[in-house]
Design a protein around this ligand. Structure first.
Ligand SMILES: [Zn+2]
Length: 849
């Protein structure tokens, strides 16, 4: 699979040849007359999402004012028809309808006579558009990714065993030599649009080119495309649970998928000459890639009975056993079972959990096996499944069963909300019930639950949650190595031991839960498909806003699907046109897009990574304050010192000495430190911006993330806010993790000048580490405020560059309940000791271990 360059005739060409123009080459802005017209079309259609009436009205007004120059468009119809005439990105939507085929008695239920429409656009053209997308071109693996260096790094799909295996099979046919393997990643997920008049369900099918790298799939608005809307048959109450209706519903999904994907099938066994985004042609051979689906959907797609594992044939009452004992499912296994059971569906159902009357769609395509292709799903299996539906529910069940249950539950809520400020840390509204939780709520609770339950519930429960959290955070890393997989195994074993507490305390009888069982397949899945965070259903879920919710909102609600499809079509035409024009240097300014697109969706990192081998770039910028402080600081050192009652001059002199002598051999006398002018000007900043590489967290397309660290006397009128930070304590000593970091609370950010050098720095209060390893219960390090002999907080001035980023410290609450007057604003000073919360985001998890 070398993905060799070809010319437009399909003959191998020299890589040194210059890039060629795409087949739909156009030189100008046609159908737009000028750039201003294109920009205004985008502004009306994408940014404002203005109604037709409003657009026509504005054009009319403009025409009245500027008689000599006509408005950009005659009216709304002119705007829309111009967009429709864009020569690229217009893959047409097609439809087909399905009806029940079978006996129709005279009084047949309505679902049997109804026609169901399925809408789709040619997935071959969609894939070709992604392959030819100049925007994605640089972040695409056209060949397999081999291990570089000593450790294999599992990251993008093309680094996994599955891609290598597919390439080996394809290489057996000499006709495929030199071709590029292009897997299509599919995902489908029902979503509901609620409006005042009721609910509308939609069933979008998404597709993404498997060669696109994970961070791009997570961050880029064009790396995932809606290719279809599946039908959702509905029956009345009497029939909705009937075997006949359920079978029809299942068959409809499989038949629709076979039909939609049909155009790709011929090109799964022979290569097709395709224009690539880098300006060269390649021979591309397609294959069905991983399928992103939650558990009910996975059962449906793999024709497995609910309660069984879609990946292996473990018995439902034996799901917490070792899957090493259970055979992995495949279409061959299903055929073997069918023979064994004499084709009797009931026996296949009872003994193997197989729906014998459904033929999974993958069996119609070469080299595809749905059981193998079901992707790991962090959102549904780990976050909504094991964490929210299992662990949190069990803990709440235990708390409620205690004599002081109500009081304890209130304390749990209070502790969750007592966590200090941190970027992207949400606060829960009062009284939010667990039942109404969204995926985002669960993610937010994961950040703070461990310190909150410590001391409130039996120690074993805290251990179970912290072991699971470690598993979850490790599985969500954007790069995994073999030693991480070994660690995953170890953590899973620990989690299995720790969760026994729920059985011992009578909360659970068993752990035969499909979603907990799925954890056992993670190692294999990561080896096969790379890092799970590039395939997670949170990617398809976040796409619903752009491809379902917004187009729905723009429709007139009457037969909305047809209108939604037109909106999606026009949006994709404008997107493709922008990429096309930009790649050719025709368009100078960015087009206005709806505000939600282009920004990032999911979590994910790597400052000194766990093993200290990749050190990311970290910058601290001092920003001028935008916050109006009630208390004004004095501007000269002398008066500031009096105002703050701090020995600032002495601290500054020591700071300067350290700057000039980076490795002082012993403690230095103040009289040996440089002198400074007491009337020297000091510029105070209320915040700094830290920028660091965090590919596993919410970050931009270059994996950079920024956060604001604050030290201000009045934040948003809620009183003082002094964030805590990690300080690079011992740079260059080869240590990594928390032992190489110090923790301090920032009292003041400021800059001053000495000998014509400007020093950005921070006055900090230090914490000291407790013990020489993290707590065995919460798996987090503990720190305590550091005091000197005179019982005063130890403080010093540090250079802003030694700050790594903000640190989240959560009080060690223990068994004591918070007093009712307690507010989170006091949380950085109110406790005797603190946990260094490594679960607050992925970057923290990578540096504070
Ligand atoms: Zn299994």
């Amino acid at each position: 699979m070398l993905a060799v360059y070809c010319d437009a005739g399909g003959f191998e060409s020299d890589p040194a040849e210059p890039p060629q123009d795409p087949p739909y080459f156009s030189t100008g802005l046609n159908p737009f007359l000028e750039e201003a017209q294109l920009v205004s079309a985008c502004f009306f259609f994408n940014r404002l999402q203005a109604s037709g009436g409003d657009v026509s009205h504005l054009m009319e007004v403009l025409r009245g004012f500027y008689k000599e120059k006509p408005p950009p468009f005659a009216d709304a119809d002119d705007l829309l028809s111009t967009i429709d005439n864009i020569p690229v990105g217009g893959i047409p939507w097609q439809g087909f309808s399905c009806t029940y085929q079978g006996d129709l008695p005279a009084n047949a239920p309505k679902w049997k006579t109804k026609e169901y429409s399925v809408w789709y656009r040619d997935p071959l053209k969609v894939m070709e558009e992604q392959i030819g997308n100049a925007d994605l071109s640089k972040e695409m693996d056209r060949t397999l990714k081999a291990a570089d260096g000593v450790h294999r790094q599992l990251q993008d799909l093309m680094s996994g065993d599955w891609s290598w295996e597919q390439a080996d099979i394809l290489a057996q046919d000499p006709a495929n030599h030199g071709a590029m393997f292009a897997p299509i990643i599919l995902g489908s997920d029902k979503t509901t649009v609620s409006v005042a008049t009721g609910q509308n369900d939609y069933y979008p099918l998404y597709a993404s080119l498997g060669n696109v790298q994970n961070h791009v799939r997570r961050a880029h608005r064009n790396a995932l495309t809606v290719v279809g809307f599946l039908a959702i048959p509905k029956a009345d109450r009497e029939h909705q649970d009937s075997a006949e209706f359920r079978k029809f519903r299942r068959q409809l999904v499989h038949a629709s998928l076979v039909r939609i994907l049909a155009s790709l099938k011929p090109w799964m066994t022979k290569p097709r000459l395709t224009y690539c985004g880098d300006g060269h042609y390649r021979r591309v051979i397609y294959g069905l890639g991983p399928y992103i689906a939650d558990y009910p959907k996975a059962c449906l797609l793999s024709a497995i009975v609910s309660g069984w594992c879609p990946k292996c044939a473990a018995y439902p009452h034996h799901l917490d056993g070792d899957p090493g004992d259970a055979v992995l499912r495949s279409h061959r296994h299903t055929r073997y079972v069918a023979e064994l059971c004499d084709g009797k569906h009931k026996r296949m159902w009872d003994s193997y959990g197989i729906l014998g009357d459904i033929e999974p769609f993958t069996s119609y395509f070469p080299r595809a096996n749905i059981h193998d292709l079901l992707a790991p799903d962090i959102l549904h299996q780990l976050i909504k499944g094991v964490f929210k539906d299992h662990l949190v529910t069990w803990i709440v069940t235990w708390i409620e069963a205690q004599p002081d249950g109500k009081k304890r539950l209130a304390e749990f809520d209070r502790r969750v909300n007592a966590a200090p400020h941190f970027s992207e840390l949400r606060r829960f509204p009062d009284g939010r019930g667990f039942k109404q939780w969204t995926g985002d709520d669960s993610k937010a609770l994961m950040k703070v639950i461990v310190p909150a339950i410590d001391g409130l519930v039996p120690r074993g429960m805290v251990c179970a949650v912290s072991a699971f959290m470690e598993f979850c955070y490790l599985a969500r890393r954007s790069i995994l190595e073999d030693r991480d997989l070994d660690k995953l195994d170890m953590l899973l074993e620990e989690f299995h031991q720790e969760r026994e507490i729920f059985r011992e305390l009578g909360i659970r009888d068993h752990f035969n839960l499909p979603r907990q069982h799925s954890l056992r397949h993670y190692r294999l899945l990561i080896q096969r498909f790379g890092a799970p965070n590039g395939l997670c259903s949170s990617i398809t879920e976040s796409q619903h806003i752009k491809d379902v919710k917004e187009p729905y909102r723009r429709s007139n609600r009457n037969q909305p699907l047809g209108q939604m499809i037109t909106t999606i079509q026009r949006t994709s035409q404008l997107t493709a046109f922008e990429i096309h024009l930009r790649a050719r240097g025709i368009l100078n300014m960015p087009l206005p897009w709806a505000r939600h697109t282009g920004t990032i969706i999911i979590e994910s990192l790597s400052y000194p990574s766990r093993y200290g081998d990749t050190c990311a770039e970290i910058n601290i910028y001092l920003t001028d304050t935008t916050i109006v402080a009630r208390a004004r600081y004095q501007r000269s050192l002398l008066y500031l010192q009096l105002q703050l009652r701090l020995p600032l001059e002495a601290l500054l002199r020591r700071f300067l000495y350290e700057q000039l002598h980076p490795n002082p051999s012993e403690a230095v006398e103040l009289s040996d430190c440089p002198f400074i002018d007491p009337l020297m000007h000091i510029k105070i900043n209320h915040s700094v911006r830290a920028i660091f590489s965090a590919p596993s967290d919410r970050s931009n397309i270059r994996c950079l993330r920024q956060e604001i660290i604050r030290a201000t006397p009045n934040w948003k009128n809620t009183g003082p806010r002094h964030d805590c930070v990690f300080i690079n304590d011992a740079p260059g000593e080869g240590r990594c993790g928390f032992t190489s970091l110090g923790v301090a609370q920032v009292q003041l950010f400021f800059t001053f000048e000495h000998d014509q050098i400007t020093y950005p720095c921070a006055l900090v209060h230090w914490f000291r580490t407790v013990g020489d390893e993290p707590s065995s219960t919460t798996r987090m390090w503990k720190v305590k405020p550091l005091y000197n002999g005179a019982n005063q907080r130890v403080q010093s001035i540090v250079h802003a560059n030694s700050i790594v980023r903000s640190a989240h410290l959560v009080g060690v609450y223990g068994e004591q309940f918070l007093d009712s007057k307690y507010t989170y604003q006091r949380s950085n000073t109110a406790f005797k000791s603190y946990y260094v919360n490594k679960f607050v985001d992925h970057h923290a998890y990578e540096i504070a271990f």
